[in-house]
Design a protein around this ligand. Structure first.
Ligand SMILES: Cc1cc2nc3c(=O)[nH]c(=O)nc-3n(C[C@H](O)[C@H](O)[C@H](O)COP(=O)(O)OP(=O)(O)OC[C@H]3O[C@@H](n4cnc5c(N)ncnc54)[C@H](O)[C@@H]3O)c2cc1C
Length: 549
């Protein structure tokens, strides 16, 4: 049991007093949770964590996710965890409820950026992990160990202060907890691999509340699955250890092409075609990483469509323009700026995130500013060709006359270090692709929603989507058809095998969890997993190794 300072005691007393003042409401909440007043109070005295019920002062802030889409979701209770021990105690409580037949739904939440809203749950329990945000750098091993609630702005800052680098997220608000488990793409991915490829050890609380570690030697099958298998499937990750690299000198270059007329759109298609042929999957040069954004920019009160190429590279000033000279040579290219600086500064400047740089934990971008959003992502190996890219650009441009909130199309190129890990090397299986693209559509007025979704589907038609074309599991949406195949393809049975071993009672479940109704597990998952992952076969047969016997 933890030793408390007076402020924690006062906090608990205040919370209990506020529940006394709203006795009838509290009683109803407890009834829905199937917990007694004694049980919930005991948990608060036994841990550093606390319960937050609807009506408590923190409830509104804590229940919100990044996207407005999910603002109507009201969890019954939020379990705020400060330590690994808190996670164990709250999860044990939920586990016991399920054993007693009360299947109260729950969801862990780190950054709350799940594009499908999977980090909250209507009438269930949200486990808020944002306070698990310690970072420890070990200079002897050059390893950084971080909590799931660490935001990438802080992750980069700490690494930078030690002269080290590990590839992470582009959006600084994102947290390690959800991002890493879906793979984790960023400007550093072509240079140093996906974020999950750099994980060397995980600490995880399993469904029964017991602690395990997962690394190459111990519970290696769990390590395989969590790196790409997506959150809330196997356990709650409470610590992630990453290898780090000596931070090189980073530079960045921002380039753009206007695509507002038919001729310029044709030029844009030539740019994208050259980029796909020379600078994506087949390009082994691991000194640069980039994204191409199709955005509308405000110019003289007009929304003008652009291709924005945002590149981070290793090298001194000028290296970027030299590296990309073939693209710069295409008519219409405007080099906006090029600079050397620290990685986090370049990342934020490239994406216009500078304004978020000094935010601290919990001051997520104000969700009221962010319209409702839907998206689809697809990985591409096939060359679209100039005509294919022209069709994509024309579709994008057509939005201008159709929508008040304009769409955004992003391409995340593959190749280089992303392919150092072979397909099936971990549960992020999308290797040897040219790029992942995702189209975001938005609306503020609900009357635009249907039109926005049609626009999204039309894009899939234009790019020739097929039922087995893969999609990025870090951009989940409940309407992604054939999702288990699109996210994990032939390796889905491997996830099923790990799930059956580490979460045999299927405590961790949501609409797209491994083995859920929409993604049933094959009966022979274990045999198939051993066949697909022969190096892990002996681990599948071993019992779970717990940290404390
Ligand atoms: C604005 C924006 C920008 C983005 N940019 C990128 C990008 O550049 N590259 C990229 O790869 N992705 C990007 N994403 C997608 C992002 O990686 C995912 O949404 C990711 O899940 C976010 O992590 P989180 O901790 O904020 O997620 P959360 O919403 O907190 O969690 C996501 C899922 O993981 C579960 N979970 C969370 N923490 C834990 C834990 N500790 N243990 C077990 N399960 C857990 C949740 O229950 C949920 O199912 C972006 C998303 C947004 C909204």
């Amino acid at each position: 049991m933890p030793e408390f300072d007076d402020s924690k005691k006062l906090e608990i007393k205040n919370r209990i007093a506020s529940w006394d003042r709203t006795e009838t409401k509290t009683a109803a909440t407890l009834q829905d949770l199937h917990l007694t007043r004694e049980e919930v109070e005991r948990l608060m005295w036994d841990t550093r964590g606390r319960w937050v019920f609807s009506g408590d002062n923190e409830y509104e802030e804590r229940r919100k996710l990044f996207y407005n889409n999910f603002k109507y979701i009201l969890p019954l209770a939020i379990a705020v965890c400060h330590t690994e021990y808190d996670v164990q105690c709250f999860l044990k409580c939920i586990y016991r409820l399920h054993q007693r037949g009360f299947k109260v739904p729950f969801a862990p939440r780190s950054g709350g950026h799940s594009t499908a809203g999977y980090s909250t749950v209507q009438s269930g329990i949200m486990l808020d992990l944002r306070e698990l945000n310690d970072q420890m750098f070990d200079p002897k091993q050059n390893v950084i160990s971080v909590g799931p609630g660490v935001q990438f702005r802080d992750f980069y800052r700490v690494l930078d202060s030690h002269g080290r680098f590990t590839p992470g997220a582009i959006f600084p608000d994102l947290c390690v907890g959800g991002y890493m488990q879906g793979g984790g793409y960023g400007f550093g991915s072509r240079m140093f691999g996906m974020n999950c490829d750099n994980v060397i050890n995980l600490t995880v609380v399993l469904a029964n509340g017991r602690l395990v570690q997962a690394n190459e030697k111990v519970n290696a099958d769990l390590l395989w699955a969590i790196r790409g298998g997506t959150g809330n499937n196997f356990g709650i990750v409470t610590q992630v250890a990453y290898k780090t690299y000596e931070a090189p000198q980073f530079g960045a270059i921002a380039m753009r092409w206007k695509i507002d007329t038919n001729d310029k759109a044709q030029q844009g298609a030539e740019v994208m075609d050259l980029m796909q042929r020379k600078f994506m999957g087949s390009n082994r040069d691991r000194t640069f990483g980039y994204m191409v954004l199709f955005h509308f920019l405000e110019e003289d009160d007009e929304k003008v469509p652009y291709l924005l190429m945002r590149t981070v590279y290793i090298g001194k000033y000028g290296t970027g323009s030299d590296l990309l000279k073939d693209l710069i040579a295409i008519d219409g290219c405007e080099v906006e700026w090029e600079a050397n600086s620290s990685y986090p500064e370049l990342n934020s400047r490239l994406m216009g995130y500078d304004k978020y740089d000094n935010k601290t934990q919990f001051t997520n971008t104000n969700i009221e500013d962010i319209p409702s959003q839907e998206k689809q992502s697809r990985f591409f190996k096939k060359k679209l060709g100039i005509d294919g890219w022209k069709a994509v650009i024309d579709h994008f441009r057509s939005a201008k006359s159709e929508f008040n909130c304009l769409p955004k199309l992003h391409t995340e190129p593959g190749g280089a270090a992303i392919d150092d890990t072979k397909r099936g090397g971990n549960a992020y299986i999308h290797r040897n692709d040219d790029f992942n693209a995702f189209l975001n559509v938005y609306w503020k007025d609900n009357s635009e929603k249907e039109k926005a979704l049609c626009f999204l589907n039309k894009w899939l038609e234009i790019v020739g989507d097929s039922p087995y074309q893969e999609a990025y599991q870090n951009y989940p949406k409940p309407y992604v058809d054939n999702w288990s195949q699109r996210y994990w393809a032939e390796y889905y049975p491997c996830l099923c095998a790990v799930k059956q071993k580490y979460d045999p009672h299927n405590l961790f479940r949501f609409q797209q969890s491994v083995g859920s109704d929409g993604g049933p597990c094959p009966k022979d998952s274990m045999e198939r997993a051993k066949g697909l992952l022969p190096d892990l076969a002996e681990h599948f047969d071993k019992p779970i190794e717990y940290l404390c016997p």
